[in-house]
Write a protein that binds this ligand. Sequence first.
Ligand code: NAD
Ligand code: GLY
Length: 364
Amino acid sequence: MRRLTVALVERSYPILIGGGLLSRADLILPFLRTPRVALVSNTTVAPLYLDVLARGLEKVGVGITPIILPDGEAYKNSESLNRIYDALLAGRCDRSTTIIALGGGVIGDLAGFAAATYQRGVPFVQIPTTLLSQVDSSVGGKTGINHPRGKNMIGAFWQPKLVLADTDTLKTLPDRELSAGLAEVIKYGLIRDLSFLEWLEANLEGLLARDGELLAQAIERSCANKAEVVAADEYETVSEGGRALLNLGHTFGHAIEAGLGYGEWLHGEAVAAGTVMAAELSHRLGWLSVADVGRVRALLRRAGLPVTGPDLGAARYLELMSHDKKVVSGRMRLVLLQVLGEAVTHAAAPREEIVAAIEACCRE
Ligand code: NAD
Ligand code: GLY
């Protein structure tokens, strides 16, 4: 088992990564305030993994309120949140009950926001079961739901007490979801870890073949990168760099997700095409070489990800990008690459260069 720490003084917590961890209630028990949990999952993940987790917890005397939600980004909303509150109240869960999220990023974000708000905050444990959630969404305390007018628009920072990533759960993950998770893994290499990028280039086929050891290494290195960034800028308030750098490709990507309608492309797929746009713009600003952009594109393509965006029209991209949460006082701050392995936030890219980068990446 691999162990990392997210260092946030009194809110510090461990990330445990390895095979067979779901049945290890002994790893969870020390983090429960009382032997009482509400286990939030969905109709896809619960039949696969809820039993093994629940049996282990029951064996050590933990009482469980299961809360099973419908599956999908479309259910990351106030209705599902209310279903969680209703079940917590019906189950007489109190302020010492720990909420456990068992699932991908949708369940993690929803259950985390319920934990942040139920009775003004209860303890929370993340048990992520997708690659994306094991390398990104379960770490760092961003929780929330979507609003009809925007994704992740309602939420809170609420750090978990523990992140338990059982790499065996990735065996049942659909190929498309594995690739979507790899987009976020590649992101860490691009923004701050060139040697990890080189390692990914050398080991991508093994990761796609779901080699457990390689996946565990990739998850550990990704989480180590995320933990360092979060420890330095927990609330994303550092104006230059900081936590915002984790959003490489996301401003373009959110435009793709919103422009096509949520759910058409997976988040990681939109981030992949958005990352190519960010790399292309970085080249146009004189930072990346043509060869660097080709390297970004080649790695994402090998990971099974789209490297061109849908042709929404540059004007529509710009309109959708202007709703991004990184827009401050009307200025669009983009995450760009000065060199491979080093990202910056940049608010001065000329509009015509942004348009040219989008147009270059909406055709092969
Ligand atoms: P997801 O939670 O929708 O999971 C993807 C699909 O895989 C779902 O159908 C799910 O039921 C299924 N699934 C989960 N685990 C499985 C398993 N082991 N075997 C088989 N199927 C499994 O999507 P995701 O990619 O995990 O997360 C995306 C969400 O995460 C988005 O809502 C995004 O906004 C959010 N997110 C949050 C953060 C953050 O910092 N909080 C960061 C990135 C993304
Ligand atoms: N996924 C971006 C962040 O956690 O800040």
